[in-house]
Design a protein around this ligand. Structure first.
Ligand code: ZN
Ligand code: ZN
Length: 241
């Protein structure tokens, strides 16, 4: 039975959201998001059918390019502040549905298979000292009850046998939603959003769930470099092309 306790109005939504998420996790049988059959949140072969972000991509920001391997027009003009970004999936179709369910509806078990896929997209030559999730502001994390990027980073670190450092980056400001903003607007919105706790190791891989313009990774990389990191890689589960 769920105990009935008086709650301050500000906490009500967070607790309801958390309990709803936990109930969904506990009560719903493992049913695959793609095929609807039981047995897994996402079957291995259903995962194989998701829309891949592969082939003909910018070596730096992973944007689609029409030519053979190289840089996209934007990165030709100015390199991003991270060294390179990789993502296994495009943010479309069932991958999009899975990530939105995980992010907003608490179906966090969907993150594991997607993050395992992301771990396999990390190039072998990347030398990584620490895996660092993109943090949520603590008030947002309190409302949501979890950070989907942190869950993804845990899986990636485990699969690649790398150290996880979930507290290296901290979100200083609660940034407004940015779905309606263009790249420049997003960059402005995020400026000064992060802080680093303690000196970072030389090479860091930052992990997020979804990337659109790469502006979150850019800002995280700027912050980590200013604190002394020499190399900053970026890994997302899906990219909105
Ligand atoms: Zn399936
Ligand atoms: Zn590029």
């Amino acid at each position: 039975m769920v105990p009935v306790v008086p709650m301050a109005p500000g906490r009500r939504r967070s607790t309801v959201a958390r309990v709803a998420g936990e109930l969904a996790e506990a009560l719903l049988p493992q049913r695959c998001l793609v095929c609807g059959r039981f047995g897994a949140a996402l079957h291995e072969h259903c995962l194989d059918g998701l829309d891949r972000a592969a082939a003909r991509r910018c070596e730096a920001c992973w944007a689609p390019v029409s030519h053979d391997p190289g840089l996209c027009g934007r990165c030709e003009q100015a390199s991003p502040s991270f060294d390179a970004l990789r993502t296994p999936l495009r943010f479309t179709g069932d991958a999009r549905r899975a990530l939105l369910e995980a992010k907003f509806r608490g179906v966090t078990r969907l993150i594991d298979p997607l993050a395992a896929l992301a771990a396999r997209a990390v190039p072998l030559h990347w030398q990584i000292d620490a895996v660092v999730p993109v943090p949520l502001h603590r008030s947002r994390q309190r409302e949501r009850g979890y950070n989907q990027a942190e869950i993804a980073a845990q899986v990636v670190a485990r699969d690649l046998e790398l150290p996880l450092d979930p507290s290296l980056l901290r979100r200083e400001r609660r940034t407004p939603a940015e779905a309606h903003l263009d790249a420049a607007g997003r960059a402005r919105n995020l400026r000064g959003a992060f802080a680093v706790d303690g000196p970072p190791p030389p090479a860091v891989m930052v992990v997020d769930d979804i990337t659109t313009t790469g502006s979150t990774f850019e800002e995280a990389a700027n912050t980590l470099r200013a604190a002394g990191a020499a190399t900053v890689y970026a890994l997302a589960l899906a990219r909105e092309d």
